[in-house]
Every structure is written in structure tokens, then in C-alpha cells.
Design a protein around this ligand. Structure first.
Ligand code: NDP
Length: 241
């Protein structure tokens, strides 16, 4: 049993979330891992980890999972709001259900789940929330209109949450990755859009590894509580857009 504080990671069944789970586990933290698919989280085989097969938009189920994990490991000191999806297409061809889902998962769940841990962090005057934005929260890309909208919102809300929590001694910071080699494209089925994206990704060497983003999160978290990075943009050196 570890004496380090509890870390909660959403979207831990794949890509950046799974790599972040491995990194924090290696650093000795107990974990609460949240995603809809249980099996890939189980396959990580990490010690001191509560696994919750929960949809992040189900705030009640997330709250129950956090309560269970806190009972076992003590209060949450870090929440990584990483769960997200990207469905690329021009708006004229967008699937309305996916438009809604991108905002629900990328934005609404991020706020509602932060709300679950912030009061405790404020009371303890200790804690960190890391929101995973994107370089697509800083500039527009073709066929990214809805995803761009969600990530611009994440960036704005992270800065708002940061200001609200500054006087409480609680850190809220943004990690904005460039291209990372994960399953994020799995919700894009427009052939031409997919082809253009993959062509560019190949041309810059395939993108960063999820572990590269996990290292950035761990590095920011490890700073003393009174130092906050506020925003880290981390992209492949060869990415020019
Ligand atoms: P992946 O597709 O590999 O991982 C996405 C994760 O989100 C999965 O674990 C998935 O789990 C989880 N997830 C999606 N919807 C839900 C939901 N409703 N409830 C719970 N979990 C959910 O992609 P990445 O690792 O790339 O994405 C992680 C984050 O990084 C996202 O916020 C993405 O926008 C951001 N990002 C990614 C970049 C990239 O190039 N890859 C660049 C910039 C930002 P499950 O399906 O099991 O629920």
C-alpha cells in the first residue's frame, strides 16, 4: 500500500489516459481509473487501482466511484479530465448525435466531474485538476469545427476554473497536446477527411507517443503545490500546423 495520494484519470482505457495511469502508478500513486470499457483498464494490470466502468457523463456514477476510491485510498489530490472524443467532418455532414456527444464528454462532463472534487480540494487547500485540451483549442483546422468548439471551451473553462481556485491554493491547469498516436480517430468515418489527417500525421512521423503526454502531466503535477504551469502545449517538433 502506497502513501502517495489518490489520482483519478478519466478515459484510462486507451491512449493518453492509459499511459498516464501507467506513469502515475510507476510513481507510486493509487488510482481510480474511469472509462466505459473495463477490460482494457484491467489489462493494464496496475496495483492499488480502483477500476470504474462508467460513462463520464453519468455524474452520479462517477461520484459513487470517487467515494469508493476515497474510502480505500484517501482524498483525491489529482483529477485528470482526459476522456474525450473527436468526430471530424464538415458541419453540413455532421452526425447530430456525435455533435452532442463531443460537447457532453469533452466539456460538460469535465465541469461536472471537477465539481465533485473541488470542494474537498478547496477545504484541504491542496489538489490539482489537469484538463486535457488540444492544439485544436488554440487554432482552427479544416473539418474540426465541432471538435475545435469543444476544445476552445475546455481552454476557456480551464482558465476560469484556475482563477476561481487560485485563492484556495488549488491548481487547475491545461495540457494541450498536438498530434498523438492514439485511437482518437476511431469516431471519424469520413474517408476523405480521414485520409487527409492520416497523410499529414504520417508526414510528421506519426505523432507523439501517449507516454510523452503522460510525462508532461506527471512533471507538472510533481512541482510543489505553490507552482502552477497553467498551460503546457506539447506537440511533435515536426508539426508545423
Ligand atoms: P483515445 O481514443 O485513445 O482515448 C479516449 C479515451 O476517452 C478512451 O479511454 C475512452 O474510453 C474515453 N472516453 C470516451 N468517451 C467516454 C465516455 N463517455 N465516458 C468515459 N470515457 C470515455 O484518444 P486519446 O488518448 O488521444 O484522447 C485523450 C484526450 O486527449 C482527449 O480529450 C483528446 O481530445 C485529447 N487529445 C488527443 C490528441 C491526439 O492527437 N490523440 C491531441 C490533442 C488532444 P472508453 O471508450 O472505454 O469509454
Amino acid at each position: 500500500m502506497t502513501d502517495r495520494p489518490l489520482v483519478v484519470i478519466t478515459g484510462a482505457s486507451s491512449g493518453i489516459g492509459a499511459a498516464t495511469a501507467r506513469a502515475f502508478s510507476a510513481a507510486g500513486h493509487p488510482l481510480l481509473l474511469i472509462a466505459r470499457r473495463l477490460e482494457p483498464m484491467r489489462a493494464l494490470g496496475l496495483p492499488d487501482a480502483e477500476l470504474a466502468a462508467v460513462d463520464v457523463t453519468d455524474t452520479t456514477a462517477v461520484a459513487e466511484a470517487i467515494a469508493r476510491a476515497e474510502e480505500r485510498f484517501g482524498p483525491v489530490d489529482l483529477l485528470v479530465n482526459n476522456a474525450g472524443l473527436m468526430a471530424l467532418s464538415p458541419v453540413a455532414e455532421a452526425d447530430p448525435a456525435l455533435v452532442r456527444e463531443q460537447f457532453e464528454v469533452n466539456c460538460v462532463a469535465l465541469v461536472n466531474n471537477s465539481r465533485l472534487v473541488l470542494p474537498g480540494m478547496q477545504d484541504r487547500r491542496h489538489g490539482t485538476i489537469v484538463n486535457i485540451g488540444s492544439i485544436a483549442g488554440k487554432q482552427l483546422y479544416s473539418d474540426h469545427t465541432v471538435y475545435n468548439g469543444t476544445k476552445y471551451a475546455v481552454h476557456a473553462m480551464t482558465e476560469g476554473m484556475r482563477r476561481e481556485n487560485a485563492a484556495h491554493g488549488v491548481r487547475v491547469l491545461l495540457i494541450a497536446p498536438g498530434m498523438v498516436n492514439t485511437a482518437l480517430l476511431s469516431n471519424t468515418d469520413d474517408g476523405a477527411v480521414l485520409e487527409g489527417y492520416l497523410e499529414y500525421k504520417d508526414s510528421i512521423g506519426g505523432g507523439l507517443r501517449p507516454e510523452d503526454i503522460a510525462d508532461a502531466i506527471l512533471g507538472a503535477y510533481r512541482l510543489p503545490q505553490h507552482i502552477s504551469h497553467r498551460e503546457i502545449v506539447v506537440a511533435p517538433t515536426s508539426q508545423d500546423a
